[in-house]
Design a protein. Sequence first.
Lengths: 247, 272, 281
Amino acid sequence: MLEILIKNISKIYFSEFKRKKKIAVDTVSLSIDKAEVFGIIGVNGAGKSTIIKMIMGFIRPDSGQIFVSGKSPSDPDSRRRVGYLPENPYFYDNLTAREVLMFSCQASGLDKQTADKRIKILLKQVGLYDEQHQKLRTFSKGMTQRAGICFALVHDPDIIILDEPMSGLDPLGRKIVIDLIDDLKKRGKTVLFCSHILNDVERICDRVGIMDGGSLEKIYTKDEILETADAVNNLEEIFLKTIGRDE
Amino acid sequence: MMIRKLLALAILTYKEGVRDRALFGIGLFSLFMMTGSILVVSMFMRELHKVTVDINLSAITFAGLLLSFFVSINLMSKDIDRHTIYSVLSKPFSRSQYVWGKYLGIMLLIITAMGMLTICSSIAIWFTKFQYLVYFQGFSWIEFYKAVYAELLMFFMLNALIVFFSTITTSSFITLLFSISTYIAGQTIEEVVLFLKTKHAADMALSKGITTIIDVVQYILPNLSVFDLKTQSAHAITISWNYLAAITCYSGAYSIVLLIMASLIFNRRELK
Amino acid sequence: MKRQSILIVFLIVAMGACFFFQKNLGKEREIFLKENYMGYVLPSKITGPISLEFSGIVSDFLFLKVSTFLGTKFIQNEKLEEKHAKFIYDSINILTDLDPWFWDAYLLADTILTWDFRRIDLANTLLFKAREHRTTDFQVPYHIGFNYFYFLKDNANGAKYLLEAARLPKAPSYLSALATRLSMYQNQYAPAILFLNDILKTTQSSELKKQLETRLETLFIMDSLEKEVHEFKKRFGSFPDHLSDLVDKGLVESIPDDPYGGKFVLLENKRVYTTSKMIYK
């Protein structure tokens, strides 16, 4: 069963009383299988975040269809097994990490005991266990990012959607995230994320989609990436070639 | 299951609001007014209970207004502005559940605040009564609490309005402007209609167009003056249970209408 | 460091100047307010809507304004002028539009408008307004009745309203007796004394208490002098010509001073009154 299915979606933004037109997403189709790790890469403004927001139901596509576990994003039930990390996570200033994570569990229907266990595990995993009772207002960018990752994973979702998960993290933090995604993969979870950092994408993804100017230019599998000659900068080369910006 | 989700969101909203530093200031201001009432009373003549109840009820109401206009609006618009709403909408919440959950949280906050202030004013009134018993002959605790209850009903409506406006507009300033204007209009509409009706009967013959507009506006705008029982309570004039039931139904129905409209509008809204 | 200490010196100088100018302004402001006396009031059609749902405390505030206005006049021993009567009437009228049950306001207006201005018409207008709203308060028709009897010399209406008061809850027991025998008291100060005593018992403001006590004291003196005048008639067959006759004949040791600064005199109708008319000169 396809976890995420996207059929021909488009999104156009009008500005200045419908005079200027910006095509954010142009007829994109893709499908993601269960237990697959799919990465989307592209320059700023290529439409990666827009697609993710449409999957989450924050924005509606102008045309086309989206199915998450067979349900439309306008059905809140489609997000029951989904964990989401936004691009720049913001949390309620006056709440503590623990309270926010408890909310995430409760909203997904976990009982208190399971929630307590999961919260403890995840906080330890990202190294925020000691700060769990501090107000989120006091967190640094890196800490907020790690809290966001916890928020996305604490309720043990089957589908995990991450929008720039490495942003704001130091190398140690990035390692933690990569290990987490690896672990998720081993446990048979489906992961969709977008990133700038091509090295990481290369390492963990089963498939990589390259976006430019709103269109999904090409999808490569892991093997296809490895087949190209240059071992060090495989993905970078492929990326630049695909979007036509190589020398 | 849905109730648990709504409660979780309500408690989340409540916690965020209750730790807002503005609450501390509002609480301090109200306590100041209430202790003031004990002192101010000495400047008056005989019916000291009237002044004490006036000041305490006004303090409670004013605190509620400050809470609604600043903390509630913040809780709604900051959520969308600062993208904290993603924490909620990325979970299995529908837009409508979001609206109801936030409203519930806001009302929990208001009820808690008003509850605490009512306890404080009860102490202030009790103390004043103790000091000036002979001037407190015309006082009634029941009527006092009835007036507090009526104010609470007004806040149910006002905050439903605030939630509604928040779903329409993006700016917290515009929401504040709309809410304050509607509040003022809601407090004065009854008087204005009465004035126009008597004027009409007296000399000015109002055109049919204007009377129709007035009639329509009268039902659309919330009539907030029906919840103002402060003066009656100050003089311990009995407020009938029928009346209380009537305003409860009015407040409930109107608020539900607003929240449903807010849900419908918010359903269509895109969050960039 | 040097720059900071210079700044602090400047600050102290500025604070001193500020204090000096404020004091100066205070004096000027007093003169300004006296010259530009603003006796206008906002009609209730405006104050009503402006107070939104806070008409109660607005009425309290307006009441304080009026009573402090009167209080300062009293303390500074300033005479009240005719224009003040309208001001007091208008202010109380407006604030009782905001709170029609505000008895203290009606009472203040009644006390001042009758005793100090002899504007019984204005006082009664307000009292009738109170009567419409404070339907179970005996004090309202009591004051109306008293005004008719004492100031307007209208026994019929006086009795009518006192009887109405007697029928209301918590009315003092002597009211019905007083009402029926009002004609008997036509030429006595007794009802006024009873009346003022009553008000005094439940008045809390020390300023007003002083005013009432002074008035009561004066009435007592006049009442006892009148009793002596009647005693004089009893003993010597005819009324005295002057109050000094009472002293001459040994009925009283001396004629007391009028607390208001006037002189007690014996009127043509053989009633005792004072040249001050119980108003401070």
